[in-house]
Design a protein. Structure first.
Length: 405
């Protein structure tokens, strides 16, 4: 049992906290200007961090796993039901470029932090390989690199804790950036400008964007029923292809890439959803409330992101690994924003590309949704899954090279 007021198996109480705090975050964002400026996503995330660090809720629970396994997959199709696939492909081209630039930032961060900390952290090349894979792709790449380099389990656990804390803090920073005058002054912000142009005077942006809309019981039935069916079909196909197509050390590069593309749950989910929307546009266009339902599910996800960020555990087990992860993220950010500015990418594109590197496509899509950049949700999901494919190769190369130094 965990040493917290609420235990990890107090299922209903934890669900009440996750969903209830997500609802409160949305209420505050739409009710008060100060909350709208920092965004409901930050309120959701910070609230969870405070509850976890005060030992009120546990940092691990099957409830949180359920959000990752079921709530997020259900949210993604809902938020893609109103997408224009031709626009997505046009937008994805630019996002691929800035995503790859951001990946260079991850590699640079791994190399620089290795040379700064190699005398202080044992087996650092193994951690660098894991974090390179993770900060280009995601958790799947982290696990793959840990297995490939046979990293000791205690080192893996410490790195996971440090990674969770750094990611939570970085997401806070990324969410806050659009509200800072410096970034608004020196970067293009077309998506933010479009949102603000639809708001009158001192009207609350969040309240204006999410104003009351016409929705019926049939809309809810079609939205929820369709997204369940799409997730079931997508994950079943991806699982079948993952088993069918060889991968790992016994497969060649082509098969590994093919498995990474066709066997990935989220890439298949995005593909099937976009295909369905393209083939049956009138059906999906006539469903009201899909963005509202999907966005509420994403806010639950933001609460969960803040939970594992335990300051006490970091100080006890992984202070130097925390420094390593923080250095990698900071260098990724410097290169992403620096080169992004030179190449005239918009602030929104840079933020989401860096987010997709550090946190993966799901967190990037969640951020796009929370900020109202709905047109970028589909593109960043597609581009972010590219990281799953290339993460293992780049992580392996970095680890192999650093092991010789």
């Amino acid at each position: 049992m965990t040493n917290t007021l609420i235990q990890s198996d107090d299922t209903w109480i934890l669900w009440a906290i996750l969903v209830g705090w997500a609802a409160i975050s949305i209420y505050l964002e739409q009710k008060y200007q100060w909350a709208a400026k920092i965004s409901g996503a930050i309120i959701a995330l910070v609230g969870a961090m405070i509850l976890a660090n005060l030992n009120i809720i546990p940092t691990e629970s099957p409830v949180y796993d359920t959000v990752w396994s079921y709530v997020i997959p259900l949210a993604i199709p809902l938020l893609l039901f109103q997408t224009n696939i031709m626009k997505i492909w046009r937008e994805s081209g630019r996002l691929v470029v800035i995503f790859l630039i951001s990946s260079v930032g991850t590699v640079a961060g791994a190399i620089i932090s290795f040379f700064l900390l190699k005398d202080h952290i044992p087996l650092l090349y193994k951690i660098s390989a894991m974090m390179t894979g993770s900060y280009i792709g995601g958790g799947v790449n982290f696990v793959a690199m840990a297995a490939k380099f046979e990293t000791p389990s205690e080192l893996v656990s410490a790195t996971v804790v440090a990674d969770n804390m750094v990611m939570a803090l970085y997401f806070l920073g990324l969410i806050l950036i659009p509200a800072l005058t410096f970034f608004r002054k020196y970067f293009k912000t077309p998506y933010i400008d479009e949102l603000e142009s639809n708001v009158k005077g001192d009207e609350n942006h969040a309240a204006s964007y999410w104003k009351r809309k016409d929705i019926s019981l049939l809309d809810i039935a079609k939205a929820v029923g369709t997204t369940f069916v799409i997730v079931a079909i997508s994950f079943t196909i991806a699982g079948f292809l993952d088993e069918l197509i060889p991968s790992g050390e016994d497969a060649n590069v082509f098969l590994n890439i093919l498995n990474g593309i066709l066997g990935d749950n989220y890439l298949m989910l995005t593909t099937i959803t976009l295909l369905a929307v393209t083939l049956f546009p009138r059906y999906f266009e006539n469903i009201h409330g899909t963005q509202e339902i999907g966005t509420f599910l994403i806010y639950i996800f933001f609460v969960v992101i803040g939970v594992p960020a335990s300051i006490q555990v970091i100080l006890q087990n992984a202070p130097l690994i925390f420094v390593l992860c923080a250095l990698m993220v900071i260098i990724n950010m410097i290169i992403s924003f620096g080169i992004g500015k030179i190449c005239k990418f918009s602030l929104e594109e840079i933020i989401l590309a860096s987010n997709a590197n550090i946190g993966g496509p799901t967190t990037a899509a969640a951020m796009a949704i929370s900020k109202g950049w709905i047109k970028l949700v589909g593109p960043i999901m597609l581009v972010g899954t590219l990281g799953y494919i290339i993460g293992n190769y780049i992580g392996s190369a970095v680890g192999a090279w650093l092991s010789t130094l």
